[in-house]
Write a new protein. Structure first.
Length: 414
């Protein structure tokens, strides 16, 4: 299998090509194939960008029709029929059934574009500059997103200083003994704390890259209360945890909260085509026309596939199948934790966004290599890369899930 062109011409920054040194050619559902014809179960799915699997026919069929019809592909933020249908479908199938009434901003096509827009809007709305962010957070690779991320190695990227960030402990930080929300409430209310009231608090309900740390519903509710009490914009970065990954469309639904701003990307298009949106409570939408921009915010093919994905959530059988698959995955992971206590400390995450906290990075590295050799794609996360991320498509078949879990079991056993 010839990979010379990659080593000769691709930048040193390439990561996944080093982790999986084969050439992939085809994919369907939760299965991908390399040039030699070997198949792999995909528990990586584009780091959460392919929640609905590879080449989902329900999502790709309208895209194929759209491509063959000489339709608009790029439109900046002009009105198009595809954009209108996406907005109508998103409102009718996602927002209204959940009692949500957001304005929709289309920034650039990536998750970090959405987070940058959210942070800028919060600062404009409040007139304040600082942002409160959490330990082990990850929000993207552009400068504003890097500034509010937690990893030291991540924050050092970019080569310039990043100010105006107040770092606070996430839920259950420091072995779960610290009252994070109580601490935040106290320092914001104490005139002697030296902490100025921030423009926003930004968080992930599950810190995927941070180690699959999971916020409780109670903690999320309390953070929202604190934001409302102090006039702080509450931003939920739902880029990896949203679009169905946890079993609900939004990862914060279990807490029955309504963030001021929600950022979505990754699996929003349902197809791997770049698309992001920022959901904004109407009273916070104080943008002036053209004040925030992005050339590729009018990705009409992504509107088509994203609309097809949204329609799936109006199908009760689909949502029931997702819930059943999530329960089955959690059961499998419970069995693994019970079977391998010498290697696995515990289970993390929620729904189909799961992780296994290992007792050392060496275990994770070995499991990764053995699993890949046996036909399973997985990756690690956490500040010390000590967590095995388990991200199968939410549409994975029982046979594919069972095969993937069997290979994972074998890898841990070895």
């Amino acid at each position: 299998m010839n990979t010379d062109v990659f080593s000769l011409h691709e930048s040193n920054v390439c990561r996944y090509g080093r982790s999986f040194p084969v050439v992939f050619t085809r994919a369907l559902g939760a299965t991908v194939w390399d040039e030699a014809g070997k198949s792999y179960i995909d528990f990586l799915v584009g780091s959460g960008a392919l929640n609905y699997g590879h080449n989902n026919p329900n999502i790709l069929a309208p895209a194929i029709d759209y491509l063959t019809g000489r339709n608009i592909l790029l439109s900046l933020d002009m009105h198009t029929a595809a954009k209108r249908e996406f907005i109508e479908t998103f409102v009718d199938t996602i927002l209204k059934p959940r009692g949500l009434a957001y304005k929709i901003q289309f920034p650039g096509p990536t998750g970090t574009c959405a987070n940058e827009a959210a942070l800028a809007l919060a600062r404009k709305y409040t007139g304040r500059s600082s942002v409160m962010a959490f330990t082990n957070a990850f929000h993207g690779m552009s400068l504003g997103s890097l500034a509010v991320s937690g990893s030291a190695s991540t924050r050092e990227l970019g080569g310039v200083a990043r100010h105006d960030v107040i770092r606070v402990p996430y839920d259950s930080y420091a072995c779960g003994t610290f009252d994070s929300a109580g601490f935040i409430d106290y320092i914001l209310g104490d005139p002697g704390s030296g902490i100025e009231r921030p423009a926003a608090i930004i968080l992930e309900t599950i810190q995927a890259e941070g180690g699959m740390n999971t916020a409780s519903a109670c903690w999320l509710t309390e953070i929202q209360r604190i934001c409302r009490n102090y006039g702080i914009v509450f931003i939920v970065d739902d880029i990896q945890a949203g679009a169905g990954r946890t079993g609900d469309f939004f990862s914060f639904e279990l807490a029955n909260i309504e963030p001021d701003i929600v950022c979505l990307s990754k699996s929003l298009s349902g197809s791997g085509i770049p698309l992001s949106i920022v959901l904004i409570r109407p009273e916070i939408d104080v943008w002036k026309p053209g004040e925030h921009s992005g050339t590729f915010r009018g990705n009409n093919l992504a509107f088509v596939t994203g609309g097809a994905m949204c329609k799936m959530w109006s199908d009760s059988k689909f949502t029931a199948d997702v819930a059943r698959t999530a329960a089955k995955l959690q059961m499998h992971l419970d069995d693994i934790v019970a079977k391998f206590p010498n290697y696995i400390e515990g289970k993390r995450g929620r729904g189909l966004m799961a992780g296994l906290k290992c007792r050392s990075q060496a275990i994770v590295n070995r499991v990764h290599d053995v699993a890949f050799a046996n036909g399973l794609l997985i990756e690690s996360s956490g500040p010390n890369r000590e967590v095995i991320k388990v991200l199968p498509p939410i549409t994975i078949t029982d046979d594919e899930l069972n095969r993937g879990i069997t290979i994972l079991n074998q890898a841990i056993q070895e």
